[in-house]
Design a protein around this ligand. Structure first.
Ligand code: PLP
Length: 382
């Protein structure tokens, strides 16, 4: 299927191609000087003391939890309306994700009230996801975390560049985790980054990313060290030099690209906010966004399947963000819970549709999608 308007697209041009060719000619592919450079640039960009490059956002979440010494049997509060990686990372540590509902159909972010009700003697921390890039209510979350002695990990996979009170999403909690997956605002194919102001956590994440080895291959190549010891059970979560140079080019484009996303988002809002059959969440949201996704909620009389199918016929790609994690088969089987226990997330899971939003779209493309959405809705009543 060749989409006329795909859901996401890469903003790659000659710069990325040249950067990758240069790395190939240098003949050093695994974690090396370009990874170090990307870490320095990310730490400057995020105004965080430390940035550790990783093979994915999932690896960042996993190592953040490991560095915080999450133990089997302990609990972590996580929104159910997220990508499954946020909760899988908790399971990798043998701990228990405790699912928290979304705030409302207007604000998909984690409900602070529901979260507070679910704090128990076993709770160690919170993973907050800034859905679509919209910063969650970090002030209230920080207050609760302080009161109950909990850690905060910000799953900022959607939120690279979101700002709030002169700070960047990912630097409000103990560790911020970014994903550089292909569809993200900063895309390297696969890749991720953990940022923190805590030296101990940064050191531990660094150690665990490369098998718990005291010196990585790059240091031995530079003859900084000759041998190594293994002091912890670690992983291979290293980033490659190819991903790092893509990241460096993408980072240069991030701020203008996020600005462009915002403009396109506003065109969507202007053209769809009065349309019968759907509504747009996060309108008048009090905090910033990186505008990673454009989600809408369909009226409950509209068939989502028919709506997505009809847009597909127009070669417009759509998606769902998300089917709540607690309703996915693996979780239902292993962590069963009553249907209706997270009513807001479940309702969003039934009625949400994500429309295309990326920097290769023009305002004309957005208008085209809006026109097709309006035409389509008329034919999708249940
Ligand atoms: C909210 C969220 N968390 C975590 C991840 C995991 O990131 P990655 O795919 O880089 O492992 C993603 C990315 O797809 C995501 O959207």
């Amino acid at each position: 299927m060749k989409w006329k308007i795909p859901l996401f697209d890469l903003d790659y041009n000659q710069r990325e191609i040249t950067a990758v060719s240069r790395v190939l000619r240098k003949r050093w592919l695994t974690m090396g000087e370009k990874v170090e450079e990307l870490e320095q640039k990310m730490s400057k960009f995020a105004k965080a003391k430390y940035a550790v490059a990783l093979s994915s956002g999932t690896a960042a979440l996993h190592l953040a939890l490991r560095a915080l010494n999450l133990k089997p049997g302990e609990e972590v509060l996580v929104p159910s309306l997220t990508f499954v990686a946020s909760t899988n990372a908790v399971l990798y540590c043998g701990a228990k994700p405790v699912f928290v509902d979304s705030t409302s159909l207007n604000d998909f972010n984690i409900s602070v009230d529901d979260l507070e009700r679910k704090i128990s003697s076993k709770t160690r921390g919170i993973i907050v996801v800034h859905y679509a890039g919209f910063l969650a209510d970090i002030d209230k979350l920080k207050k609760l975390a302080r009161k109950f002695g909990l850690f905060i990990i910000e799953d900022s996979a959607h939120a690279i560049g979101t700002k709030y009170r002169m700070k960047i999403a990912g630097t409000f909690g103990d560790v911020g985790c970014f994903s550089f997956f292909s569809n993200k605002n900063l895309a390297t194919g696969e890749g991720g980054m953990a940022v923190t102001n805590n030296e101990k956590l940064a050191r531990r994440i660094r150690l665990l990313r490369s098998h718990g080895m005291t010196s990585p291959t790059w240091e031995r190549f530079k003859a900084v060290s000759f041998g190594y010891d293994v002091v912890e059970l670690g992983y291979n979560y290293r980033m490659t030099e190819v991903s790092a140079v893509l990241g460096l080019e993408q980072l240069k484009k991030l701020i203008p690209n996020n600005r462009k996303r915002k403009r396109l988002y506003q065109v969507y809002v202007q053209n769809l906010k009065k349309v019968e059959g759907l509504f747009i969440p996060f309108l008048d949201y009090p905090r910033d966004s990186s505008y990673h996704l454009f989600p809408v909620i369909l009226n409950d009389k509209i068939s989502r399947k028919a709506f997505m199918q009809k847009l597909k016929e127009k070669k417009i790609q759509t998606s769902i963000h998300y089917l709540p994690v607690h309703q996915l088969s693996y979780y239902r089987k292993n962590y069963p819970r009553k249907s209706g226990s997270l009513p807001v997330s479940e309702e969003i899971g039934k009625r949400e549709v994500t429309l295309p939003l990326h920097t290769r779209m023009s305002e004309k493309d957005v208008l085209y999608v809006c026109e097709q959405v309006k035409n389509t809705l008329k034919f999708c009543r249940k």
